[in-house]
Ligand binder design. Structure first.
Ligand code: DQA
Length: 142
């Protein structure tokens, strides 16, 4: 399986950004870990991060016919990007939404995901493991 891992705004600052919420691991170490997990399961994982909504939409469009599944943490776009919702609906590639933190234990504005309805499922609150859990789900389905 070929996975595309998309991380949205501010996730490039993992490790520095609110470590009490998002943990001590850097974005680079997240990507290394996910690539190693994929390789250990006979799969590949490409990682993309952007702070720009349009670049995330382009990455989703570009996944069609190239990747088997998307695993995406849209960051704050989760809570208001109808454009990312529409992009997910426009492609055939299945997506699981992942959040490092438990968005339901946080501010009320984080409880709602506008992008999750276009996803197979949503995983939150499990830290980095959530991305591996999402890959594990797709691997089991394949
Ligand atoms: C997040 C949760 C979002 O509410 C927040 O805006 C983020 C990160 C998470 O991984 O827990 O940027 O998606």
């Amino acid at each position: 399986m070929k996975f595309l891992i998309i991380n949205g705004p501010n996730l490039n600052l993992l490790g520095k950004r609110e470590p009490g919420i998002y943990g001590q691991n850097s974005y680079e170490s997240l990507c290394e870990r996910l690539k190693a997990f994929a390789a250990a399961h006979g799969a590949t994982a490409d990682c993309v991060q952007s702070n720009h909504e349009g670049a995330i939409i382009d990455a989703i469009h570009g996944a069609e016919g190239v990747y088997d599944a998307i695993i995406m943490n849209p960051g704050a776009y989760t809570h208001y990007s109808i454009a990312i919702l529409d992009a997910l609906k426009a492609v055939e590639v299945p997506c699981i939404e992942v959040h490092l933190s438990n968005i339901h234990q946080r501010e009320e504005f984080r409880h709602k995901s506008v992008t999750a309805p276009a996803c197979v499922g949503q995983i939150c609150g499990l830290g980095l493991y959530g991305y591996e859990a999402a890959m594990g789900y797709f691997l089991e389905q394949s």
